[in-house]
Design a protein around this ligand. Structure first.
Ligand SMILES: NC(=O)c1ccc[n+]([C@@H]2O[C@H](COP(=O)([O-])OP(=O)(O)OC[C@H]3O[C@@H](n4cnc5c(N)ncnc54)[C@H](OP(=O)(O)O)[C@@H]3O)[C@@H](O)[C@H]2O)c1
Length: 321
């Protein structure tokens, strides 16, 4: 699959158009600022009494209510938490102009039917593959973040052109924009969050730390070994790939890695990864997310408290403060 880059993209489809960004958090702020610096007319839509209002004003971004922002724009981008998007869409749907475009940075709300959009709207996705802070700092450095784009509904024949021009205005065309679909992006993203980088990796770090401490190793040494080296491997993999990373470390570390890694990540782990992917595809996680929001996030509150109490966190405080 070829990445689409700036030279392949015609920005004309967004010339003279206004984009409403609904939400001014992690992605909303970065996207609004990058669009503005790319010469796009941007308005941020916020709920009444939003604590983000003053920040947007200080950033020199025009603000309005959610409905006013949506009604004034040719492109409306939904950039609030995924579980909040359905309520926001219900509120602004009557205000969105006939034939406008509605954009997302994650496929979940469409893939799992949280939102069933009006049939006259172009529905597109531009999903930068990283947090808003990095999207913004890369843009300011003259670089860009890789993004996925997709079209779910091409009511007016412009959805792909709008998605690519939008991604270009975010700076993503400097790095590459890859074609995907709402379903593929969403399923792969939810899978990774649970089974790989965000779910499994921290659990491996905690389990490794606990194993060493139980065996009499000091918390400080266990922390430096099991957690402190994560940044080093991440940087090496980014710069050289997995094979290059292995060649860059000592023979001792490389032999240990090739013997120990597959003993930990064995067929049982791969089977459970397939289970998680099947559950994601069946919509079990999206149901859980909806329930969690409806009941005030009880599971997340307990998990956050528990994580702060972990021995590995106490060790970090002793070492780093
Ligand atoms: N975070 C990432 O790294 C990342 C990366 C790629 C894609 N994405 C996707 O980008 C989208 C936005 O995610 P995010 O992490 O940027 O979200 P976020 O930071 O949690 O969004 C916060 C913003 O949403 C607003 N908001 C929250 N609930 C609202 C409600 N009920 N009504 C109106 N506004 C509400 C907040 O309003 P107030 O200011 O009034 O509190 C705030 O401005 C999601 O689809 C996500 O999957 C995120």
């Amino acid at each position: 699959m070829d990445a689409i880059r700036d030279g392949d993209i015609d920005p004309a489809v967004l010339a003279g158009k206004r984009i409403a960004i609904l939400g001014y958090g992690n992605q909303g702020r970065a996207q609004a600022l990058n669009l503005k610096d790319s010469g796009i007319d941007v308005v941020v839509g916020l709920r009444d009494g939003s604590p983000s209002h003053d920040r947007a004003v200080a950033d020199g971004i025009a603000t309005a209510s959610l409905a006013e922002a949506a009604s004034s724009a040719n492109v409306v981008m939904l950039l609030a938490p995924d579980e909040a998007l359905a309520a926001i869409y219900r509120e602004v749907e009557p205000s969105i102009r006939e034939g406008a475009a509605l954009g997302f940075s994650h496929g979940l709300a469409i893939r799992f039917g949280f939102i069933v959009p009006r049939s006259d709207l172009d529905i597109f996705m531009v999903a930068p593959k990283g947090p808003g802070t990095a999207l913004r700092s890369l843009y300011l450095d003259g670089k860009g973040m890789v993004a996925l784009y997709a079209v779910e509904q091409d009511a007016n024949g412009n959805a792909k052109a709008i998605a690519l021009a939008y991604g270009q205005a975010l700076g993503c065309g400097r790095a590459g924009i890859l074609a995907s679909s709402f379903a593929e992006e969403c399923e792969a993203d939810l899978f990774n969050e649970q089974a790989v980088v965000w779910g499994a990796v921290p659990e491996i770090l905690i389990a490794g730390f606990d194993t060493l401490v139980e065996a009499g190793v000091s918390e400080e040494v266990a922390y430096m070994e099991c957690v402190g080296e994560l940044k080093l491997i991440a940087e090496l993999i980014e710069a050289r790939g997995i094979a290059g990373m292995r060649e860059a470390i000592s023979n001792t570390a490389e032999l240990g890695a090739v013997i120990g890694g597959p003993r930990i990540v064995d067929d049982g782990v791969r089977a459970r990864m397939r289970e998680i992917l099947a559950e994601v595809r069946a919509g079990r996680f999206s149901d859980l997310l909806r329930d969690e929001e409806a009941s005030g996030y009880p599971r997340l509150k307990v998990a956050r408290d528990k994580a702060r109490q972990l021995n590995v966190e106490q060790a970090r405080k002793k070492l780093i403060g």
